[in-house]
Ligand binder design. Structure first.
Ligand code: CP
Ligand code: NVA
Length: 305
């Protein structure tokens, strides 16, 4: 049976740990010339812009011996030019897998439902699982462990936050989330996270105070205040989030050797200041690089058969 990669919630702790281990092996080149995609074509069906996701998937597919076809927002027009089910049922006749970046999360779910080829979620309005798995790999890489680590997320309770929360709660990583009123993580994600945390022992704190979230944290994570598709809300959001900037004053409350993380693209001077982005605690470009290694592990897992 084909496997998809739609959300971290669909994977067990053991599977996630296996993917982290595989990522490390691929990054350290312990697997010689991995060619799991030899003779295979993977389509990138993207409704939104991308730097990291597109480039790291294209390069990763190439490194695994496969062929990649980029289908941007102007090509397929998911759900507009054609029903999502018809798109999926057509693409599976040509392709061996699809990485989809969509607005509606239902579109990635439907692509998976209507096709017999693996579908990878390359970001939807609800989740960004490739990012979260990369983030957790990056944390483990920096601290050498995932035990007794506290991740503080400051900002919007959005797709990036949702997936990080699910990943951390599955793997027993404590997470403090500070969001302004009205921008909290949605209830079904919190419910899943709490169920995961009961099993893994992760401690979860939801607050409206960035200071409370960051106090003694090992990781400070933030993301844009205005995600793709929310541009018309920009002015209101910039105002509502103004006390949630990650800056020197806030980071002083964290552990001395904290790491700063951001999925990127960042809006310098909004959710984070330049000195934090470019400072000694920032690991943002190692984190970006790790997208490549993690996604190669995900594809190896899905396509190895
Ligand atoms: N972090 C991330 O997904 O970046 P892109 O939107 O540039 O792909
Ligand atoms: N939350 C952001 C993440 C971009 C990688 C967005 O959805 O635009």
């Amino acid at each position: 049976m084909k496997k998809d990669f739609l959300a971290l919630q669909d994977f067990s702790k053991e599977e996630l740990l296996y993917l982290l281990e595989l990522t490390e092996k691929l990054k350290k080149k312990k697997i010689k010339n991995p060619q799991v995609l030899k003779g295979k074509s993977i389509g990138l069906v993207f409704q939104k812009s991308s730097n990291r996701t597109r480039v790291s998937f294209e390069v990763g597919i190439h490194q695994l011996g496969g062929n990649c076809i980029y289908l941007g927002p102007k090509e397929i027009k998911l759900g507009v030019r054609e029903a999502v089910s018809d798109v999926g049922k057509t693409l599976e006749r040509y392709l061996n897998g699809v990485v989809a970046r969509t607005y509606s999360h239902q579109y990635v779910v439907d692509l998976a439902k209507y096709t017999r080829i693996p579908i990878i979620n390359g970001l939807s309005d609800l989740t960004h699982p490739c990012q979260a798995l990369t983030d957790i790999f990056s944390i483990k890489e920096k601290f050498g462990t995932l035990k007794n680590i506290t991740v503080a997320y400051v900002g919007d309770g959005n797709n990036v936050c949702n997936s990080l929360l699910i990943g951390c709660s599955k793997l027993g990583i404590d997470m403090n989330i500070a969001t302004p009123q009205g921008y909290e993580v949605i209830a079904p994600i919190i419910e899943n996270a709490k169920t995961n945390a009961k099993k893994s022992g992760a401690k979860l704190i939801f607050t409206q105070s960035p200071q409370e979230a960051v106090k003694n944290a090992h990781v400070i994570y933030t993301d844009t205040w205005v995600s793709m598709g929310q541009e018309t809300e920009s002015e209101k959001r910039l105002n509502d989030f103004k006390d949630f900037q990650v800056n020197q004053e806030l980071t002083r409350l964290a552990k001395k050797d904290f790491i700063f993380m951001h999925c990127l693209p960042a809006h310098r001077g909004q959710e984070v200041t330049d000195d934090i982005m470019d400072g000694k605690n920032s690991i943002i470009f190692d984190q970006a690089e790790n997208r490549l290694h993690t996604q190669k592990a995900i594809m190896t897992f899905l396509f190895k058969g």
